[in-house]
Design a protein around this ligand. Sequence first.
Ligand SMILES: [Zn+2]
Length: 312
Amino acid sequence: MKKVAAVYVVILVLFSNISFRAKTLILNNDSSDTNTIEYYQTMKRDLLCLMMAYPKYITNIEKEENGQVYLVMESGRKILYDDKKNKNFKKKLSNPDLQDMMEQEYPLSYSKSLMEEDFDPGRRRVYDLLKEVYGESKQQIESNLKNVSLGYENYQFNNNNKAAESLQNAMRELMPIIKERRDIKAYLYPCSGTFNYRLIAGTDQLSPHSFGIAIDLARDKRDYWKWASREEGEERIASYPKELVEIFEKNNFIWGGKWGHFDILHFEYRPEIILKARYFGGKLNDKEWYSGAPYEDPSVKNYIEKINEVLK
Ligand SMILES: [Zn+2]
């Protein structure tokens, strides 16, 4: 009997120890806890992706005495990484900091099903960053627009930070494909618009179309979460051509078809989101926080050194 009791005690101790460890692991994985290794690793990766995505506009990073980390922009404007506020899903959408913007990992893998309702990677936008890069006002943005040929007609896109060039490259890749594949062509044409200075319906936030960094392709009534049920959206996504999505993603565009709040005709130039997915997607604890990034590139190496120096 004694033996049985001892075994029981050992099992109990082992079990409570395991569950205790599991609990600490869960706590440590919470990226909102600012003292964890994960928090710093994520911050460094986010900053690196931002510096790679906006090389002409981000000149430095800075850590102030209170611990706050900022991007320093070309104009001298500083953009805060983490406001340390506790925000729910809605608040993260209406008032995101850089951390919130980069938080949900965009999946580069192809899936025919609709994302979870509150999974909208890239739908959060930091307007200070967009204004700095693409123009502060309607007038300034308009002066940065350039015509991009969509094959049959020209559309205006922002010429800053390689946005117009990236759309042109995507179109150049698509042209020979749609000559062979009429089914894909039907998803591309007629284009439903690019630059349009307007608010997102039902919000006081500017649409990314206002900055000339988004394009809506051929429209279908099942394309938008406000127009259609999730079943209808799912049906449309299942039919959407993989090749079209992959070419846009390759050129640093995210697809609204990968948002729970789906916007299937919508593609948006967001290099920071795609770079994070490309270099760090699905990776947690590698030896170095930057492993995955192309650090043999001298400018990338430079950014990594800068980040290591400021965030020692
Ligand atoms: Zn759109």
